[in-house]
Design a protein around this ligand. Structure first.
Ligand code: FRU
Length: 473
């Protein structure tokens, strides 16, 4: 099949070739951000699951490295995480330090294994005592995420087990004891739970008000169909997670169709960074890019902000994305009716826009990846108070029945002001509304010629102020 270079993102990570799904083993160690990922080194489909590997010093420029972990007699290498064993509590590093990676051995049953590296992740040794967590009889039992729980001085390993998250505890990173579980009667259960994560964050940067965030991917059952990422806010004592919200309260990290299996980096004190696989199990095997298949979102900084219903996640592109900024254009004016200004061009853009509704209850925003036959519409509907991405006519939409669709989420704004940040990068949009309090991530596959953009507004008038930055390689 021919190469489809016009869909290759500049800033978002893609493998050089072949299949990719979840981010794995995200760890910051000795100045490098490691990104491992679910990868088929031999083909464009989900098979031979291994951990691909790339490193970056700035989260924007990635260097491809050889495959880190390949299938063995215990099975394929499914998703997992990594931590830094700074003081050799595992005894694996001869008194030095190194990286310990945890993954699911996906064989006849799913068990958890570890591998370690004493040379900055360049070479890996599988632990002879694998698996380190046996399967007590769960059909789905995977995606170990290991975190450090400072208050108790312990390591905690989270697992997704069908409809719940299991917690294990350890002091030496090798022996794990099951200590708790969460979720069988909490949150969304339209599908199987996968890829848990857990971290503590200050609320509105106030270090005296801290809450824990438990993140769980779910497939299917997401708000835009298929797979998606939910989260819970609460307390965690190293063994038990207690939800601040009622069990039926479902919180989504992203309301688009393409933010899945996100994971946060270990080892970035002072900020929490994550990225997700920018796809959806509904159609991931049909996505048309060649010679690679699979894209990550940009790394995002995650925070908590207080709301009337309690602390909620906010996400923004990591500030390092600005390192890719090129030429800037600014525009200020009134959008109304068919005037369709401003216009811009480009398939890799970072757009920041402030809108103020002047009259009416208009629908407004931008058409991007715009060409003679296609557009992707990113907008705000002031009447319904929803932020939306409409990819119905975005280009190649036949990859699944539900691909051509409009995805939306409610966003109430104060003072008729709407603030949007939109990252376009060749095969998709990441839309951050209201300083990142709502996010919509959607893949699109426009035609090569679809490189235009313009504002739109119907049913009223808005004052728009925007800054369009080119993203450069
Ligand atoms: C999530 C997932 C994980 C699993 C991996 C296999 O997308 O299904 O649960 O470990 O992908 O590639």
């Amino acid at each position: 099949p021919e190469s489809t270079g016009h869909w290759r993102p500049l800033v978002r990570f893609t493998p050089e070739s072949n299949w990719m799904n979840d981010p794995n083993g995200l760890v910051h160690y000795r100045g490098e951000y490691h990104l491992f990922f679910q990868h088929n080194p031999h083909g464009i489909d989900h098979a031979n699951m291994s951990w691909g590997h790339a490193v970056s010093t700035d989260l924007v420029h990635w260097r491809h490295l050889p495959v880190a972990l390949r299938p063995d007699e215990l099975g394929e290498i499914f998703s997992g995480s990594a931590v830094v064993d700074e003081h050799d509590t595992s005894g694996l590093f001869d008194g030095g330090s190194g990286i310990v990676a945890y993954y699911t051995s996906a064989g006849a049953t799913q068990t958890q294994s570890l591998a370690y590296s004493a040379d900055n992740g360049r070479t890996w040794t599988k632990y002879p005592g694998n698996p380190v967590v046996d399967n007590p009889g769960f059909a789905d039992f995977r995606d170990p995420k290991v975190i450090r729980h400072e208050p108790t001085g312990t390591w905690v390993l989270l697992l997704a087990a069908g409809d719940r998250v299991l917690f294990y505890s350890s002091t030496d990173l090798l022996t794990w004891t099951r200590v708790g579980e969460f979720g069988a009667d909490q949150g969304a259960h339209g599908g199987v739970w996968e890829c848990p994560d857990l971290f503590e964050l200050p609320v509105d940067s106030d270090e005296r008000r801290r809450r824990w965030v438990l993140v769980v991917s779910i497939n299917p059952g997401g708000p835009a169909g298929g797979s998606a990422t939910q989260y819970f806010v609460g307390d965690f004592d190293g063994r038990v997670f207690v939800n601040d919200n009622t069990p039926d309260r479902v919180l989504w990290a992203d309301h688009g169709a393409d933010f899945y299996a996100c994971q946060s980096w270990y080892g970035t004190p002072g900020r929490r960074l994550w990225l997700g696989w920018m796809s959806n199990w509904n159609y991931a095997p049909n996505t048309p890019t060649r010679p690679w298949r699979g894209t990550m979102t940009v790394p995002r900084e995650v925070g908590l902000t207080g709301t009337e219903s309690g602390p909620r996640l906010v996400q923004r592109p990591a500030r390092e994305v600005e390192l890719a900024h090129g030429r800037r254009r600014r525009w200020r004016g009134v959008l109304a009716g068919e005037a369709k200004v401003p216009r811009f061009r480009g398939k890799a853009l970072d757009i920041s826009a402030d809108f103020e509704v002047l009259d009416g209850l208009p629908e407004f925003g931008f058409d991007v990846f715009l060409g003679p036959r296609h557009r992707t519409r990113v907008g705000y509907d002031a009447r319904a108070q929803t932020l939306f991405v409409d990819r119905t006519d975005s280009g190649e939409v036949g990859i699944s029945e539900d691909f051509p669709a409009r995805h939306e989420t409610s966003l109430s704004v104060s003072g008729a002001r709407v603030r949007l940040r939109i990252l376009l990068d060749h095969c998709g949009v990441e839309v951050f509304g209201d300083d990142g309090s709502v996010v919509l991530t959607d893949l699109v596959f426009p035609s090569e010629e679809d490189d235009g953009g313009r504002g739109f507004c119907s049913g009223g008038r808005v004052l728009a102020e925007l800054e369009v930055r080119e993203l450069r390689p």
